[in-house]
Structure formats: C-alpha cells, structure tokens
Design a protein around this ligand. Structure first.
Ligand code: GLU
Length: 428
C-alpha cells in the first residue's frame, strides 16, 4: 500500500535557488498562512523574530592572540512558552542561518505540542580547529553575553551542530556563576550534571521511529528498506544504530572526511568500533570508498541527510535515487530542490518532525530539572516513542486529508498552533 502523500501534487512554480535560509523557511510559513486563512497581523508577527542579539566575543587563544568571534541568539516567537533551541558552533552560523533555525524551532515545538517557543544561537567559529580550553573560554564568553536573555522560564539553549553535552556543562556553569545554580537553564547536559538519560540518542532514535512509521504506511518491512545516511555525528550515528536494530539495511554513510558504501549492508557495531579508532567512517574495511556528494546520489530507498543544511539543491535533486528523503538535519533541502523532488514524486519527510526527538527529550530534561526528579531510561524512551509516533501520524493524516506534501502538513499544524496561541494571549 502506497502512502497517499507520496503522490501528492508538487507546487506549481519552482522557487528560486537564491532564497536565504530564513526566506526559504518563510515560503513554507506563508503557504500555511494562506491555506489557514491567517490574519495579516499574525503573519506580520511571524515574519521576523521577536528579538535578535548579536554579540562581540573576544577570546584569548592558547597562543595569547586575541580572537574576536561573532555570536547570536535569536528568539523567534514565544507565544507557546519559553524560547527553546540549540546553539550552533560553525563557520557558516551567520545571523540569517540562525534566524532560519530559530523559526524552525517555533514550528517544531508547536508540531510536537511542547510548551516552548522557538530560538536558536550560533557562534561563527570552527570548533574542529580549536582546543578544549579555547572552546571553554568561548562558550563562557558567549553565555555571559547572552545571559540576560536566558532563564528556566525565559530561554533554554541546547546542543546543536558543533556543540555537545560538555558545551552545555560550561554554559550551565557560566550562567550559574551569575545567577546561582540553575540546571534547567540548558538541556542536553551531561547526565552527571542533571542531563536526562537518553538525550544523546534522542534525535537519531526519533528519526528511526519516524522511518519505521513511514515504512508501515508504505506497507514495506524495514528489512526490505535500504537507507543511506549523510553525517555520522550524534544524529547520523544514532539513526544508523537504532534503524539497524529495527531491521533497516544501512547501505552507505559519510562524514566530513569521506564516505563508504556497502550494498549488502554495513555492520553498524563494527563501524562504530572502526570510527572509535580511525575518527571517521572512511577506510572501513570491506566497504567501497565514496565521496559525500556520491552518498547523496546512492541507490537506496530512504536517503537521510543528517549533517549540514542545504545539501540537496537544484544542482543534485535530479540525481537523487531514493523514494524518500528523510530530513534528519535542519533544512537540508532547498526550496528549489524540494520542488524538483516533489515533481519526481520523491517524498520529503520534513526536519521539524523527523529530528524533533532531540527537543522532545530536552523537554523531558527540563521537566526533570524543575521537578528535581530523574526518570529512568526506559521511561524516557517510551515517552519519546509515544510523542514521535503521535506527531508523525498526525502530520501524515493531515497530509492525506488535505492532499498536501508532508512538509506543508507539518507547517500547517505548527503554524496553526502558534497562531492560536498568539490570538489567545491577545498579542494581536
Ligand atoms: N538543536 C536541536 C534541534 O535543532 C535540539 C534543540 C533543543 O533541544 O532545544 O532541534
């Protein structure tokens, strides 16, 4: 049985490739606003973030040079609750990228029905070229600069690309020095400092759960589904681990240093041991070497971009060989590519649903911190499963009902909830 949405109509005209990341997100928001008949004042509120902060971050590097970084915190919309969203350390984390990611968080939290608004932070830097002590100093400087925006009931950062549990420990500590010990001010912390069990695997597990649900809608057994995953960081590696436990066959993976393909299936446990030693998937014994670009064009059933944004563009969308693209990364498909994939009847399962497992367990971590009560891993995974299956099912049902593609259905649900909260609060 084919899912009704796989053959949903493509948009009539293809958007230009020159849209900035935030303009690209807005195309989906405006489409939903038009379908939902939202009032113009609500649309105006959603068009730009509520608050954007840019900070100069001077850091003394190990060689005694002073390097000045630029950092941001963007709070897009807080109608549904405190601002929530990760902090990205990446050379391309400029203000528009962070703004786009903050907008995605607003609708992601609404789609998952979490009591949060949307935010994102970023520092333009290359963490792979910085020492631990430099990263510690940069994180503290950044936290001190944005501390007046943060709080358990105000804005709660989390990890994203280039940051991790250690970064959150430094952020919690820097915030605590100013305001007193406040574990609930960041999520994704180490378990020893009040982090939640299961937060590290949450995003990848959520991706795998949604893929299993999509396979069920298609009427195909996961054992007959080949997946290829771009990125073997936190999200990509956990997606591979959980998906292979569910029976999916991983036929290709890649990371910044290169990729590997094995049509008969990669043993994920052995690959993990190899990555532990070699620091990359590249060179894994028995697999063919491929490039990151080739990974995207590999013969597979579900293609899972799980690293950077804007990797599937008008330049390669014609050469995707999967029947579904699973957006584990944020914004990996440009609007122009999305239109091409739609025309080619390739389903695109949207980021705001597929990678929402991370912020969902962040929500569990926040509630555990507030209650000062720790949940066991089983409970975290069970609640995550329930929320992912529920939200994914809801968006696919909406997509089937309205004849819209899954991204549009996900935005329809998210935008509708945010607009309702705006009205109820009396903002407009
Ligand atoms: N950075 C993750 C995301 O993009 C998680 C955010 C969070 O946990 O607040 O969804």
């Amino acid at each position: 049985m084919a899912s009704p949405t796989v053959s949903a109509p493509a948009p009539a005209s293809a958007p230009a490739e020159s849209l900035s990341p935030s303009e690209a997100v807005l195309t989906s928001v405006f489409e939903s606003a038009a379908r939902l008949n939202l009032d113009a004042e609500v649309i105006d509120l959603l068009r730009t973030p509520w608050r954007e902060m840019r900070a100069q971050l001077p850091v003394r590097m190990d060689d005694r040079r002073l390097q000045i970084f630029e950092g941001y915190r963007v709070q897009h919309n807080g109608a549904r609750g405190p601002y929530k969203g990760g902090v990205r350390f990446h050379p391309k984390a400029d203000i528009d990228e962070v703004r786009a990611l903050a907008m995605l968080m607003t609708y992601k939290c609404a789609l998952m029905d979490l009591p949060f608004g949307g935010a994102k932070g970023g520092v333009m830097c290359d963490p792979t070229r910085m020492s631990e002590t430099e990263l510690n100093r940069l994180t503290r400087t950044y936290t001190q600069h944005i501390a007046m925006l943060l709080g358990v009931a105000r804005d709660i950062p989390a990890p994203d690309l280039g940051t991790n549990a250690q970064t959150m420990a430094w952020m919690m500590d820097a915030f605590g020095q100013l305001n007193g010990h406040t574990p609930g001010v960041v999520t994704g912390k180490p378990v020893e400092l009040g982090g939640s069990f299961g937060r590290d695997q949450a995003t990848g597990r959520g991706v795998a759960v949604c893929m299993r649900e999509y396979a069920r809608l298609e009427g195909v057994d996961p054992r007959d589904i080949r997946i290829a995953v771009q990125g073997y960081g936190n999200v990509g590696s956990w997606t591979c681990r959980v998906a292979s436990e569910m029976g999916f066959t991983v036929v290709g993976v890649s990371d910044v240093k290169g990729g590997i393909a094995q049509p008969e299936g990669i043993q994920v446990g052995a690959l993990d041991r190899w990555v532990g030693v070699a620091g990359s998937v590249a060179g894994f014994e028995g697999a063919h070497p491929i490039t990151n670009e080739q990974l995207l064009e590999i013969e597979c059933d579900y293609l899972v971009p799980a690293a950077l944004g804007e990797v599937i563009t008008a330049a390669n969308a014609e050469r995707i060989h999967a029947r579904a693209v699973v957006e584990a990364a944020n914004h990996p498909v440009t609007p122009a590519a999305d239109a091409i994939l739609g025309r080619r009847k390739i389903a695109v399962l949207p980021d705001i649903a597929m990678n929402a497992g991370g912020v969902t367990v962040s929500y569990f971590e926040w509630t555990q911190n507030i209650q000062q009560f720790r949940w066991q891993l089983d409970r975290v995974l069970q609640e995550l499963e329930l929320r992912m299956v529920g939200a994914f099912g809801e968006l696919m049902a909406r997509s089937g009902r309205d004849g819209t593609r899954p991204r549009q259905a996900a935005f329809d649900i998210g935008v509708e909830r945010v607009a309702r909260a705006i009205k109820l609060r009396g903002f407009v």
